[in-house]
Design a protein around this ligand. Structure first.
Ligand code: UDP
Ligand code: MG
Length: 319
């Protein structure tokens, strides 16, 4: 393709979204045509198995000027799909949004307006969430607050990956090749002028969530380990706490024994202490394991994703 770089790229990760895609394309197209500048829609197929892949090719055939498919060799996960989208996007401003239309394309002009006003990152803040279970909302709210507590990057509350980023920010992100990715944290880390725009998160257009609890937990772990040492420090705190308790307890028990008090005899107290400390140690080991495993993943230096089909290699070195 030799078309000149567009002003806007819309990056959408797609995993089994066959029912939403035509509507997504239609609505993005309507909004982008209104903006009146060259644009592209980068659809990253994250190893879909429901026919989304063929549909993406079909959309490209219908609208070759705008649709750019990047097709993965298998499912690599949402954050990696977005990463690939950022690699392939050529726009001066890049918008990332979900395929299920929970992020309404109609919000894009609001994001663009702030970009034109001089902001490099414009993130969409969920004002209301419709059609999501209380469990999802509660865990999400808890998660964002926890992350904010224990990390030292200012990650905006109630913000997903729906956002607009200036080319300069995208170029920095493209140099951050960590594999357990928490993109919203990484974007916050980059800095520049960032601002939020409120929007109403719609219910899913079709199908069901591709983020079951298991993936949500992994995502949360990636976010925490990626931006905080706090879990590692927990072991230190627990160590000081139990050492402190022991120092206080030793003279008390010694004096008690010498004065003939019957307390602290028997196995139960010993057993409880052993089990408690054993538990703490195993948990600490597990936490250590989470970090070590991530170091191991990094050190292998594999590419972040494998592309089966893509328009042309991304500009310069990525992947
Ligand atoms: N997604 C993906 N790969 C995955 C899981 C999800 O590309 O392994 C995409 C999915 O198609 C959607 C976006 O990520 O465009 C968000 O997923 P979903 O809507 O299921 O998450 P939720 O909104 O329920 O948190
Ligand atoms: Mg969704």
């Amino acid at each position: 393709m030799t078309s000149p770089a567009p002003t806007f790229s819309v990056v959408v990760p797609v995993y089994n979204e066959v029912e939403s895609l035509p509507e997504l394309h239609r609505r993005v197209r309507a909004v982008m045509e209104d903006l009146g500048e060259p644009w592209e829609l980068v659809l990253v197929d994250d190893g879909s198995r429901d026919g989304s892949t063929d549909l993406i090719r079909e959309l490209q055939a219908q609208d070759p000027e705008h649709v750019r498919p990047v097709i993965f060799a298998r499912n690599f996960g949402h954050q990696i799909a977005v990463t690939a989208g950022l690699d392939y996007a050529r726009g001066q401003a890049v918008v990332v949004m979900d395929a299920d239309l929970q992020d309404p394309p109609e919000v894009i002009p609001d994001l663009v307006e702030k970009w034109r006003a001089g902001y490099q990152v414009v993130y969409a803040v969920r004002q209301a969430r419709e059609g999501e279970t209380w469990f999802k909302r509660a865990t999400a709210a808890l998660f964002y607050r926890l992350i904010r507590r224990i990390t030292n990057v200012e990650i905006p509350l109630d913000t997903g990956d729906f956002r607009l980023m200036d080319r300069r920010v995208v170029e920095v992100l493209r140099r951050m090749r960590e594999r357990h990715r928490f993109l919203r944290g990484m974007v916050a880390w980059v800095g520049f002028r960032q601002i939020g725009v409120p929007y109403k998160r719609a219910p899913r257009f079709a199908g069901e969530t591709k983020y079951p609890l298991r993936k949500m937990l992994k995502f949360a772990l990636d976010a925490i380990t990626g931006f905080s040492y706090f879990p590692l420090q927990l072991a230190t705190y627990m160590g000081f706490l139990s050492a402190g308790l022991a120092i206080i307890a030793i003279p008390i028990v010694a004096v008690a024994r010498m004065t003939g008090v019957q307390a602290f005899y028997g196995q139960a107290s010993t057993l409880i202490a052993v089990l408690f400390l054993g538990g703490v140690q195993l948990i600490s080991l597990g936490i250590l394991g989470e970090y070590v495993g991530r170091i191991y993943d990094e050190i292998k230096g594999r590419p972040l994703y494998v592309v089966a089909e893509a328009p042309e290699p991304p500009p310069d070195d990525a992947a």
